[in-house]
Design a protein around this ligand. Sequence first.
Ligand code: FAD
Length: 387
Amino acid sequence: MAGQTPPWVEERLADELAAVRDLARAFFTKEVAPHEERFAKQGYPDRELYRKAGELGLLCASLPEEYGGGGGTFAHEAVIATEQVRAGAGSMSCGVHSGIVAPYIHAYGSERHKREWLPRMASGELMGSIAMSEPATGSDLQNITTKAIRDGDEYVITGVKTFISGGHNCDLVIIAAKTDPEQQAAGVSLIVAEVSDGTPGFQRGRILEKIGQKSADTTELFFDEMRVPASNLLGDVEGRGFVQLMQQLPQERLLAALVAVVVMELAVEQTTKYTKDRHAFGKPLFALQNTRFELAECATIARVSRVFLDDCIAKHLRGELDVATAAMAKYWLTDRQCEVVDRCLQLFGGYGYMIEYPIARMYTDSRVQKIYAGSNEIMKELVARSL
Ligand SMILES: Cc1cc2nc3c(=O)[nH]c(=O)nc-3n(C[C@H](O)[C@H](O)[C@H](O)COP(=O)(O)OP(=O)(O)OC[C@H]3O[C@@H](n4cnc5c(N)ncnc54)[C@H](O)[C@@H]3O)c2cc1C
């Protein structure tokens, strides 16, 4: 939504999405971006920002209104995520909260789950995280060791999760755990837990120090015989977690792909401006053939990427985005993101290496895109399986 209206914006929603875009732009630019440096120092965004975002209708915009959401579609989430990236306001885990956690509850939760948690997620009262990865396993989720053992009306959860986005601020977490530790994929279930610092058996670990995305909280979470009502299981029966993950991960990957394209577009815009302003050898850097060719190639990559992304979003809105295509988009677009940002950074010279320049932050922030939401190697596995 940088310039022209994307092709996946239906005409009947054009005005509504333009209003959402303006609201999101104002919020991320005025309320979040100016504090990113402070958030980077403390390692997390202020918790109250989620409430503000909720009040404005910027959380769970795609959830039905009856559950407190905005009654929108994935297009609404895409517009909000675009504005967050363009504002440089990456501290908040809105994509995880609205684009991943809430959809799991909406897709697999009982009516009680939806009424109990979704309106509070939409208002920002509850901030949601999802805990799949463990210290010993990330890609190989069938082999997680966190256990959820049934004891009467409760599950007793024990295990360690790591790299959890929003882990410092979260009040609700979807935990991937083995309800049957003897089984691999068939033993995995997803269980929702409301957590606070006083929850018995629950502890947040340290905020992990990352090479980028420093303003966003990423933490370990420890569960030591934490008791959760057995009714918090997502889905009617145990052992459905792996299938649920496989069904929902395409949307998570599409969000990563969207971020990749928006960052590429931003990098090309900012580098074009910079190289037109800065002079060397008596002329703007932009007049040098190498600069022109580099930017021409990066702009082309960004444009081709945008066309692929828009097609994937349109497919997803029609319910037709398959696992392999989502994997293609995630791996290919995040690879291109890292390439384009690196090439643009080079054109900034030494300033490109200074953290106060957005291109430097884009560089360090981009790297993880090839790792999380399923590493790009795993994405290629998924593509290959479809061939
Ligand atoms: C900033 C950040 C935020 C994150 N947020 C979350 C979150 O909110 N929730 C969550 O659950 N997790 C989160 N993660 C974890 C992330 O999803 C994992 O790091 C990722 O899935 C990779 O797992 P791993 O780190 O265990 O690496 P490993 O699985 O150990 O992989 C190491 C390397 O081996 C490669 N590899 C593994 N298996 C194969 C294979 N079969 N074929 C080829 N190559 C392979 C990988 O591609 C990778 O290059 C986050 C991670 C980061 C860094």
